[in-house]
Design a protein around this ligand. Structure first.
Ligand SMILES: Nc1ncnc2c1ncn2[C@@H]1O[C@H](COP(=O)(O)OP(=O)(O)OP(=O)(O)O)[C@@H](O)[C@H]1O
Length: 377
C-alpha cells in the first residue's frame, strides 16, 4: 500500500502539491488524474524519493522509499520513458538495472518478451519510437517483479494494440494483488482500466473514490426518450407532462428528449397517462470524461482560447485542403519547375561535373525586403 499524509511540495513561491493525504490499496488499479500542472508527477517523484516533501510524508508498505530494503524488487516505476541512455541497447539498459538490483539475467529476457521488444533488444534505444520507449520503460518497471507499480502516462505514444496491452497488463497486475498506481489524461482509457480514482487539482485532493461513485457523484444520470418521428405532437404532449411532474426536458439533436429528475418507471407512466407511444426509453450515465471535466473545471491552469487568426490574411487559393477552398475557386495548376539554372538535371550523356550554368542571383535584402538574419518563413 502507498500512503500519503499531508504531503506538500513547494518550489520557491510555487506550491506544486498541497497537503495531500490518500491511500493507494493493493489489488486494484488506482487512476491518478488531474489537469496539466496539477502536481501528479511531483507526487509520484516524492513517492519514489526523487523529490523531498516540504512537509508531510509518503510511504510504501510503511517505509519511505529511500529506506526500503532492495527497493527495485518492491517498487517498479515508469516516470519518464526518455530517461534512458540512448547509446545503450534495450537489453543492455535492462541488464544494467538488473545488475544493480541483483536480478538474474534471465529475467531481462523475460521482460523483453512481456513488452514485445525481443526483436529489437540489441538495438540502441535512441532509435526507438515513443511507443517503443514506453514499452522499454514498462519492462524496467516489471524487472524486479515488484508488488507496487507506478506508471506516469504509460500509454503515451502507444498504438491501439499497445494501449489494449497496457490496459490488460495493469488489470492483470492488480488481479495478482499488486498495488497499481497510474496517471493518465486519457479518460476513456481510465474508465476501462481503473477501479479507483484519485483526482487532484492545483496540488490539492479533489476526489478519492471508485470510478463508479466518481461518475455518479459528478454527473447527473438521465433518461433518453424518443417518440415516433412522424408524431411531433407527442413530443409536445410528453414534454408538458414530464415538466409538470418536475422533470427537466432537453431536446437532443436527433429528435430524442433528454430527461433528468424523473425515474424511468415514472416517465413510462407519465407517457402512458398522456397517451403517448414511446420508441425509446433508456437509462444513461455521463462518461468519465464528462464527470472529470465537471469536477476539474475550476482547477484548470492552462486553458486554450479560440484561434481568431487576428491580422492574418486568408491563405491563397490552392493551399489547405479542398473543403476549405473559397466558393467558385478553380484550383491553379502546380507551379512550373524551372528547366534551366540549378534545378535542371544534366541532359543524358552529358558530364555532370561540367561547368553548371550560371546560378540565378541570390535574392537580396533590397528585393525581398528582408535582412539575412530574419526568419525567412
Ligand atoms: N523542479 C521544479 N521546479 C519548479 N517548479 C516545478 C518543478 N517541478 C514541477 N514544478 C511545477 O509544479 C507544478 C506541478 O507540476 P507537475 O509536473 O507535478 O504536474 P503534472 O500534474 O504532472 O502535470 P502534467 O499533467 O502536465 O504532466 C507545475 O506548476 C510545475 O511547473
Amino acid at each position: 500500500m502507498i500512503e500519503a499524509v499531508g504531503l506538500t511540495k513547494r518550489y520557491g513561491a510555487k506550491t506544486a502539491v498541497h497537503n495531500l493525504s490518500f491511500q493507494v490499496r493493493p489489488g486494484a488499479v488506482t487512476g491518478f488524474l488531474g489537469p496539466n500542472g496539477s502536481g501528479k508527477s511531483t507526487t509520484m517523484r516524492m513517492m519514489l524519493g526523487l523529490d523531498r516533501p516540504t512537509s508531510g510524508h509518503v510511504t510504501i508498505g510503511g517505509h519511505a522509499f529511500r529506506s526500503l530494503p532492495n527497493a527495485p524488487r518492491q517498487v517498479g516505476a515508469l516516470l519518464d520513458a526518455k530517461a534512458v541512455h540512448g547509446g545503450r541497447s534495450a537489453r543492455n539498459h535492462l541488464l544494467s538495472l538488473a545488475q544493480l538490483a541483483g536480478i538474474p539475467v534471465a529475467r531481462v529476457d523475460e521482460v523483453l518478451g512481456v513488452v514485445g521488444l525481443q526483436d529489437v533488444a540489441k538495438k540502441r534505444s535512441k532509435g526507438f519510437s515513443l511507443g517503443m520507449g514506453q514499452r522499454l520503460g514498462i519492462a524496467a518497471a516489471l524487472l524486479g517483479d515488484p508488488q507496487v507499480l507506478l506508471f506516469d502516462e504509460p500509454v503515451n505514444g502507444l498504438d491501439p494494440e499497445g494501449i489494449l496491452w497496457v490496459r490488460n497488463l495493469m488489470k492483470r497486475l492488480a488481479s495478482e494483488g499488486r498495488t497499481v498506481f497510474v496517471s493518465s489524461h486519457l479518460m476513456s482509457e481510465m474508465a476501462l482500466t481503473a477501479d479507483h480514482l484519485i483526482v487532484i487539482g492545483r496540488g490539492q485532493l479533489l476526489s478519492d473514490m471508485s470510478v463508479t461513485d466518481f461518475i455518479s457523484a459528478n454527473s447527473a444520470d438521465f433518461a433518453r426518450v424518443r417518440v415516433p418521428a412522424d408524431r411531433p405532437e407527442y413530443r409536445e404532449k410528453l414534454t408538458a407532462s414530464l415538466t409538470e411532474a418536475g422533470g427537466q426536458v432537453m431536446p437532443e439533436m436527433d429528435g430524442a428528449l433528454r430527461v433528468t429528475g424523473l425515474p424511468l418507471p415514472r416517465i413510462s407512466d407519465l407517457a402512458h397517462g398522456a397517451d403517448v407511444r414511446l420508441w425509446e426509453l433508456s437509462p444513461h450515465q455521463a462518461s468519465l470524461e464528462e464527470a472529470y471535466m465537471r469536477m476539474t473545471q475550476g482547477a484548470v491552469d492552462y486553458r486554450s482560447t479560440a484561434d481568431a487568426k487576428e491580422g492574418l490574411q486568408p491563405p491563397p487559393p490552392g493551399y489547405g485542403h479542398p473543403g476549405h477552398e473559397q466558393q467558385g475557386y478553380v484550383p491553379r495548376p502546380p507551379p512550373e519547375v524551372p528547366q534551366q539554372g540549378w534545378y535542371a538535371p544534366p541532359p543524358p550523356g552529358q558530364n555532370p561535373y561540367a561547368a553548371a550554368p550560371a546560378p540565378a542571383p541570390e535574392p537580396t535584402a533590397e528585393r525581398t525586403g528582408r535582412t539575412t538574419d530574419e526568419d525567412p518563413r
